[in-house]
Design a protein around this ligand. Structure first.
Ligand SMILES: *Cc1c(COP(=O)(O)O)cnc(C)c1O
Length: 390
């Protein structure tokens, strides 16, 4: 293994975070205690939803969101192929069937026009899809007004995978609409590369009392929330978040605006240095959207192919110790989905085109300006290298 000089991501834990976690460890509760409820309340208040239900991971929260909305065996859920694989795996966990549609050019979020086309195709074949699971990819926000419109017209439920977008919002004439608040259910994740990190952890947010009730049972082995005497109402799971994790979450939510701002500063430093480079396409900026950036992903220009991108990734690591990553490999082309559904390359040209040429650069709270200069220099050298090779 070549030596990694600059990692792709690194979590930022402060002394204050550590103090809160220690406090949790010294308290009478290691799990299901007061920190959990405070963390839930903090997120609900921040996102502006009635309820927030903590879970052991973003994936667990997504799984519960499907079950709580009544998605079950054989149901069809329309989703995006350009995401972290968990957003589709959870559909399989629920026994449902993920049906992918392509993303929009330019924003790379799920394309509502493709969603509607797919629903019409399915209906013509006698199928009634049950849900749309859309992702706020990279901290952008999917086109939720269109998705809502489609969901109402065809009676589908809406799940918002906002695991990458805690802190993003749309500004509609002075009113903030937070990522996570657009679907019937929204979900956040707190894995170490996210904006707020608890090790493992997730949160489901909703305005629905019924979803809240069901999710609280699902995360606790199926036990009725009001009943401490072992009445197990549904088939439940153990999806609890520990008190130490909740304590980390609470502590970081106190500085969420600083976290989002720092991420914007790092993006701006990359933007400045790469603006004039004709070989790369930078992440876009959208009006009225405050992006809580999850990753800094550039695309190589159309002149390049996926083999060039792979060579660039290898070159930057082997020659300069800079870790980068494909973001994301398309879900439908991963071995499991190919094997299960027979997907082939060329099915979703926009998602695949992006996936083939995209590369995430090192992006984390503590990255220094010198490190960014170093990464950009390695990138320029890498591009010269692949130009020479192709
Ligand atoms: C991080 C992430 C998740 C959840 O991940 P966990 O590691 O289970 O918390 C889900 N969907 C997307 C799009 C993600 O980026």
């Amino acid at each position: 293994m070549p030596e990694v000089k600059i990692p792709l991501a690194r979590h930022d834990i402060t002394e204050e975070d550590i103090a809160r976690a220690v406090e949790a460890l010294k308290s009478p509760f290691l799990t299901r205690g007061p920190m959990l409820y405070e963390f839930e309340k903090t997120i609900a208040r921040y996102v502006g939803t009635q309820h927030a239900i903590a879970a052991s991971s973003g994936t667990a929260a997504l799984h519960m969101s499907l079950l709580a909305l009544g998605v079950g065996p054989g149901d069809i859920v329309i989703t995006t192929p350009l995401s972290f694989i968990a957003s589709s795996n959870v559909i399989m966990h629920a026994g449902a069937v993920p049906v992918f549609v392509d993303v929009e050019p330019f924003t790379y979020q799920i394309d509502p026009a493709q969603v509607e086309k797919k629903i019409q195709e399915l209906r013509a074949a006698g199928e009634r899809p049950k849900a749309i699971l859309a992702v706020d990819l990279f901290g952008y926000i999917a086109d939720w007004s269109e998705l809502r419109h489609i969901a109402e017209q065809y009676h589908l439920v809406l799940i918002e995978d906002s695991c990458e977008a805690l802190g993003s919002y749309f500004d509609f004439v002075g009113t903030r609409h937070m990522a996570g608040s657009f679907g019937d259910v929204g979900v956040f994740g707190f894995f170490p590369n996210k904006q707020v990190v608890t090790g493992e952890g997730g949160m489901l947010v909703t305005d629905s009392d019924e979803v809240n009730h069901l999710a609280r049972m699902l995360k606790n082995h199926g036990a009725h929330p009001d009943n401490r005497w072992d009445e197990y109402e549904v088939l439940g799971y153990n999806y609890h978040l520990t008190e130490t994790s909740a304590a980390l979450g609470i502590s970081q939510m106190r500085r969420i605006e600083t976290i989002v701002q720092r991420r914007a500063e790092i993006s701006a430093m990359y933007d400045q240095r790469l603006l004039l480079c004709k070989d790369v396409v930078l992440p876009i900026v959208l009006p009225f959207l405050r992006i809580s950036r999850f990753v800094y992903v550039i695309q190589l220009s159309e002149y390049f192919i996926s083999a060039d991108r792979n060579n660039l990734e290898r070159y930057m690591l082997e020659e300069h110790g800079v870790l980068t990553r494909k973001y994301f490999p398309c879900i439908h082309l991963s071995p499991f989905y190919r094997r299960t559904f027979g997907y082939k390359p060329g099915t979703f040209p926009i998602a695949e085109g992006f996936s083939d040429r995209s590369i995430a650069l090192p992006f984390f709270h503590g990255i220094t300006e010198e490190q960014i200069d170093y990464v950009v220099d390695a990138l320029h050298k890498g591009i010269r290298f692949i130009r020479g090779a192709s």
